[in-house]
Write a protein that binds this ligand. Structure first.
Ligand SMILES: Cc1cc2nc3c(=O)[nH]c(=O)nc-3n(C[C@H](O)[C@H](O)[C@H](O)COP(=O)(O)OP(=O)(O)OC[C@H]3O[C@@H](n4cnc5c(N)ncnc54)[C@H](O)[C@@H]3O)c2cc1C
Ligand SMILES: *[C@@H]1O[C@H](CO)[C@@H](O)[C@H](O)[C@H]1NC(C)=O
Ligand SMILES: *[C@@H]1O[C@H](CO)[C@@H](O)[C@H](O)[C@H]1NC(C)=O
Ligand SMILES: *[C@@H]1O[C@H](CO)[C@@H](O)[C@H](O)[C@H]1NC(C)=O
Ligand SMILES: *[C@@H]1O[C@H](CO)[C@@H](O)[C@H](O)[C@H]1NC(C)=O
Ligand SMILES: *[C@@H]1O[C@H](CO)[C@@H](O)[C@H](O)[C@H]1NC(C)=O
Ligand SMILES: *[C@@H]1O[C@H](CO)[C@@H](O)[C@H](O)[C@H]1NC(C)=O
Ligand SMILES: *[C@@H]1O[C@H](CO)[C@@H](O)[C@H](O)[C@H]1NC(C)=O
Ligand SMILES: *[C@@H]1O[C@H](CO)[C@@H](O)[C@H](O)[C@H]1NC(C)=O
Length: 624
């Protein structure tokens, strides 16, 4: 239901546009009505101020429990949903000869071809980092053991309307069933899956409407905007943006969901130093809350949700069904790339990819590249780097200065001072013409397949880059990660309050406004091939290297969406001084704890009873 201010504002702008937007909307705005609830109280709405005290079972109902809904109740839920309830097996089940849907040909497709297609994105349960589901039923030529459901959900609502989301939330709350929300499955910490759960799958909420003259209630934003469905992926949002000649900032990987986890968790992009983060794009959210009601959250209405759901984490306060986001002018993204390697075969010819012999020169060059992070972000850019170990005593540094709005000639002259510095050190890098393209015309693989890696990350405040002692310590710690065999992936960006603009206050860690680099440190581990103890050792070893980075970045933190799910002091690291306020919103909006995901505000009250040393979702969810 729209709040009154929102309705008035829409009326003031243009009723015609609003109608066009919703009629183009593939997702329906149809809501759950008293008629549709009928005599099925399991899908009735909740009341956040209950008159009678609610019972508080210690655990969520689990299949096999007497409290688990009966078949007939799931079937009635399916009727309410118009048939959108799925009872899915893990995708790898086709590879297991003891599985009911064993199919060698389908398994061969998964092994050889699926990664080049949208197969996994269109699968209701696939998550792209597998260990959180317990490494059950992995796709394999010669699988050992049987396929079990593990940490995958039991039932999935293939949501195409607000009504579907409302019915799922109400059913889960009324029946004490664990509820999870999955969009594309990119979250790497298992916030998108859960054993014994009902999952709301937002993938087909694909609506899009361009609003050329949108006016925000309160009058603080007037201009182009778009109404976007929560299930749009980057490549789809870009295709719409290109059609209307606008820029919709989004993740670099085309298969990420732009308006699910990305906007609710933060959301960085090559445009972050120019247009801010994902949270800064959002003007209004349509949300189904824990009581099952459909509300508008913006700076005038449901401000608490509008704050919390922009960076305070997804899957914990409600389900976003659609958003209104800023549509920026079309902008070109121009990229100047080069790399340098240290090895025993040298190439002295200047070029975009050179090899040198002196290892200390390599590390001096490594430091100089990061020192160029500040000029890059201050010019509105995004400095993308990878430090990699190629072999014993051989390393490579890959660099891309991604510069929104510059021409190739401007980008070339922008990076020239860095090249001059490197040349003086004895690293003869030169760049050929930087590439340029319209930001939203980016193309690339729309395919994706599950992986099973492990990584951690750190947000670097500007103070680390501006204090010689801290910068030296940070570079030493970064070098140590590469020497230990990790990939150090730096992204220099500065999503300051100035570039964020209206409607700034957001639930994300406020230190983001003073950050000049987010860096991921990737292990080479395949968590599917390791025992639980070995997996835990991978995490501990990595965490030791992260400690040195933490010491060099006082006042820093870690990016909620791309982090170690075992990040120490995650409350402060992910949310900073906003944490208490986020917990308050969680308690007020969801006194039932219908939503739960690891390391979201207030999640400490519950834990998954899993046997693994790492926090998988393969077990019952119980109060602590
Ligand atoms: C290959 C790869 C590249 C990436 N690149 C970037 C990048 O460039 N920039 C960046 O900022 N991040 C990036 N990320 C991280 C990414 O932003 C997060 O994983 C994000 O959470 C993905 O959101 P999703 O909706 O696509 O995925 P999901 O895993 O389906 O969902 C992520 C989380 O959001 C919740 N959620 C999803 N939809 C909703 C909704 N409608 N309402 C409420 N909660 C919801 C889920 O419950 C889950 O907790 C990348 C990740 C990967 C794996
Ligand atoms: C839900 O109903 C649809 C349509 O009748 C059916 O195809 C589907 O199998 C049902 N789902 C479950 C879990 O039974
Ligand atoms: C899978 O890809 C191979 C090439 O790698 C191709 O020969 C084959 O036809 C493809 N199979 C399917 C089912 O797409
Ligand atoms: C796998 O399933 C088969 C048939 O259902 C059963 O006989 C066998 O014991 C199972 N194996 C394991 C390891 O659970
Ligand atoms: C989910 O719903 C969409 C839209 O109705 C449909 O195209 C798709 O096949 C459904 N997927 C599954 C797995 O049921
Ligand atoms: C697209 O937008 C850009 C930036 O505002 C503008 O320069 C260009 O002329 C527009 N192109 C078209 C085809 O309208
Ligand atoms: C080059 O070779 C020497 C002698 O084999 C070795 O000590 C040195 O580490 C090598 N350097 C690199 C960068 O591989
Ligand atoms: C943007 O890039 C395109 C090439 O993809 C080019 O034709 C166009 O001139 C560029 N625009 C600007 C302003 O540089
Ligand atoms: C740099 O940081 C160190 C460590 O936090 C601190 O002791 C020192 O005072 C700082 N130097 C400056 C110039 O701020």
């Amino acid at each position: 239901m729209y709040s009154i201010p929102f309705l008035l504002a829409v009326a003031r702008v243009s009723v015609v546009q609003a109608v066009v937007a919703s009629s183009r909307d593939g997702s329906s705005e149809t809501q759950l009505t008293p008629d549709a609830i009928g005599d099925f109280p399991a899908v009735a709405f909740g009341n956040v101020h209950p008159t009678s005290s609610t019972t508080r079972p210690r655990c969520k109902a689990f299949p096999g429990d007497s409290s688990w809904p009966r078949e007939s109740e799931w079937s009635r839920l399916n009727n309410t949903l118009g048939g959108a309830l799925i009872h899915p097996l893990p995708p790898g089940s086709v590879c297991y000869s003891t599985s009911s849907n064993f199919n060698a040909e389908a398994c061969s497709f998964l092994l050889r071809n699926a990664s080049r297609t949208t197969f996994y994105q269109d699968d209701p349960v696939t998550i792209l980092t597998q260990w959180p589901q317990g490494n059950t039923c992995l796709v394999s030529q010669n699988p050992s053991g049987n396929c079990t459901q593990g940490g995958y959900p039991v039932y999935v609502v293939n949501a195409t309307s607000v009504k579907h989301v409302q019915a799922a939330v109400n059913f889960a709350r009324n029946k004490n069933v664990r509820l999870v929300v999955k969009n594309t499955g990119h979250d790497s910490g298992g916030r998108n899956t859960g054993a014994g759960s009902l999952s709301i799958w937002t993938h087909y909420l694909k609506g899009f409407g361009f609003l050329p003259n949108y006016q925000q209630p309160g009058g603080n934003y007037r201009g182009p905007a778009a109404r976007v469905g929560a299930g749009l992926q980057v490549w789809e949002a870009f295709a719409h943006a290109e059609r209307y000649n606008v820029s919709l900032p989004a993740a670099s990987c085309l298969t990420v969901g732009s308006y699910g986890g990305w906007i609710t968790g933060g959301g960085h992009s090559p445009l972050s130093s120019t247009f801010g983060l994902g949270v800064d794009q959002v003007l209004s959210l349509q949300v189904v809350t824990a009581d099952g009601r459909y509300v508008t959250a913006n700076p005038q209405a449901n401000q608490d949700l509008f704050f919390a759901m922009r960076g305070g984490g997804g899957s914990t306060y409600g389900v976003v069904t659609s958003a209104i986001v800023k549509a920026h002018p079309q902008i070109n993204l121009t990229i100047a790339s080069f790399s340098f390697t240290v090895a025993n075969t040298t190439s002295t010819t200047p070029g975009p990819s050179v090899t040198i012999a002196d290892i200390e020169t390599f590390w001096k060059g490594f430091n100089e590249v990061f020192a160029f992070g500040i000029p890059t972000v201050d010019a509105g850019g995004y400095l993308w780097t990878n430090g990699i170990q190629l072999g014993s005593n051989s390393y490579q540094m890959q660099v891309q200065a991604q510069m929104p709005g510059l021409t190739p000639i401007e980008a070339a002259s922008f990076v020239q001072p860095l090249l001059d510095t490197l040349n003086k050190l004895g690293i003869p890098v030169a760049i050929t013409a930087p590439t340029t393209q319209v930001y939203s015309s980016q193309t690339g693989s729309r395919g994706v397949a599950p992986g099973n890696g492990y990584f951690a990350s750190r947000l670097f405040p500007r103070s680390t880059f501006e204090n010689a002692t801290l910068f030296a310590a940070a570079m030493k710690a970064a070098r140590a990660t590469v020497e230990a065999g990790y990939v150090f992936h730096g992204l220099n960006m500065a999503p300051t309050l100035k570039v964020a603009g209206y409607p700034a206050p957001a639930g994300l860690n406020p230190i983001w406004r003073d950050v000049v680099m987010h860096a991921d440190v990737f292990t080479g581990a395949n968590m599917g091939a390791l025992t639980s103890a070995e997996g835990a050792a991978v995490q501990r070893r990595l965490n030791g290297y992260m400690d040195a980075l933490r010491v060099a970045t006082p006042g820093g933190g870690a990016y909620f969406n791309e982090a170690d799910i075992l990040e120490p002091n995650w409350q402060t690291s992910f949310f900073g001084v906003n944490y208490d306020k986020l917990v308050q919103v969680k308690h007020e909006r969801d006194p039932w704890h219908v939503f739960w995901a690891p390391t979201t505000p207030g999640s400490e009250a519950w834990a998954v009873q899993a046997s693994s040393e790492l926090p998988t979702q393969n077990g019952r969810l119980c109060r602590v």
